[in-house]
Design a protein around this ligand. Structure first.
Ligand code: NAP
Ligand code: ZN
Ligand code: ZN
Length: 347
């Protein structure tokens, strides 16, 4: 018998989210049942709930930054036990057979990963995310949350954390590397902490200097306002790596001009409209314009261990379910320090 659980659901792009109940399946042999304690609000939830990517299959329960406790396990589960502290990120399954899956890059599964929400699982059922009191997930797509990190500040690591950790590792952020992070929001602030912990020299490029004090406290060595045109002359050819976390369309050529020889700008933000990259902006200095999407399960586990070791969690504002719609508006207005996390006991 499926279980009925409380949730918050988006029914249409122009409607607020509302309270509802949804069904969760009985655990299959390899499934873990998780009592969700906290769910982060990622800007991707908002893009989806407002159908800004034009591919939302309403109704949808968002939430892919999930932290909680295992409440039951299927008959063949070996990785987790009842009571374990666990997290679930952006996907809950993949084909497990393609080269990407075999390499632990399940997020790039050639047959398509199964999104935690707004997807159809391999049994043909729609998936629903973390704005709910429980979720049932195959043990191979669940990560353990180390004792050193509280569940509320751990939740955002399951998307924001891995989305920054993976490109910072891939493009070798570390001592001697100058790394800039564009946008000090949910993704950006975790990126500052992780890049700093990796030993890189970190610069924040924010719209204004309003959050400068926070930026330095989080680990930034330098902080600039992108609303000031002098920023772009002062920092010309400066960075080895620039990570763009901005949810809106930027004039990317301005930022490409800040890359040193062989520098790379990694696009993480997923704005509604295409990004225009003039050829001259990348041919100069042999620059690269790249992208990156979350990270695999093994790398997510590695990121969680790294964060525990370095005392890294997200900076959060915990909210009740009745504040979800207001929180959405505040995120869009860049009025968040630095991640809203839903206390699912209020759902
Ligand atoms: P967020 O908390 O809203 O942070 C985005 C930040 O971008 C804001 O805090 C703001 O920083 C800056 N910003 C916002 N609007 C801007 C504008 N019009 N001009 C310039 N800067 C602006 O969002 P998030 O949750 O970090 O997500 C950021 C983006 O990444 C979203 O598009 C999301 O869908 C995407 N994402 C991608 C992946 C992936 O795997 N690639 C994973 C998760 C999310 P300042 O106030 O400091 O300027
Ligand atoms: Zn996300
Ligand atoms: Zn695959």
């Amino acid at each position: 018998m499926p279980t009925t659980v409380n949730a918050y659901i988006a029914t249409a792009a122009d409607q607020p989210l509302e309270a509802t109940t949804i069904q969760r399946r009985d655990p299959k042999p390899h499934d873990v049942v998780i009592d969700i304690a906290y769910a982060g609000i990622c800007h991707s939830d908002i893009h989806t709930a407002r159908s800004e990517w034009g591919r939302t299959a309403f109704p949808v329960v968002p939430g892919h930054e999930i932290a909680g406790l295992v409440s039951a396990v299927g008959s063949e589960v070996t990785r987790y036990q009842v009571g374990d502290r666990v997290g679930v990120g952006c996907f809950v399954d993949s084909c497990r057979e393609c080269d990407a899956c075999k390499q632990g890059e399940e997020q790039y599964c050639e047959r398509g990963m199964t999104g935690t929400y707004n997807a159809v699982d391999r049994d043909g059922e729609p998936t629903h995310g973390g704005y709910s009191t429980a979720i049932v997930v195959d043990e191979n797509y669940v990560c353990g949350i180390p004792e050193g990190i509280d569940l509320d500040v751990a939740a955002p690591l399951l998307c924001a954390g891995i989305t920054l950790y993976s490109p910072l590792r891939h493009w070798q952020a570390g001592p001697g590397k100058k790394v800039a992070i564009i946008g000090l929001g949910g993704l950006g602030h975790v990126g500052v902490k992780i890049a700093h912990a990796m030993g890189a020299e970190v610069t924040v490029l924010s719209q204004s200097l309003k959050k400068m004090e926070d930026g330095h406290r989080l680990g930034a060595d330098h902080y600039y306002a992108t609303s000031d045109p002098d920023t772009f002359t002062a920092l010309r050819n400066e960075f080895d790596l620039i990570i763009n976390t901005v949810s809106a369309n930027l004039d990317i050529k301005q930022y490409l001009s800040l890359l040193a020889i062989n520098g790379t700008l990694v696009e993480l933000g997923l704005p509604e409209h295409p990004i225009e990259v003039p050829a001259f902006a990348v041919t100069a200095n042999r620059r690269s314009f790249a992208g990156s999407m979350i990270g695999g399960i093994a790398e997510t586990q590695e990121m969680l261990e790294f964060c525990a070791e370095h005392g890294i969690g997200s900076e959060i504002e915990v909210i009740g379910a009745d504040k979800i719609n207001e929180a959405y508006d505040r995120v869009v207005a860049s009025d968040v320090r630095y991640r809203f996390v839903i206390d699912t006991a209020t759902l």
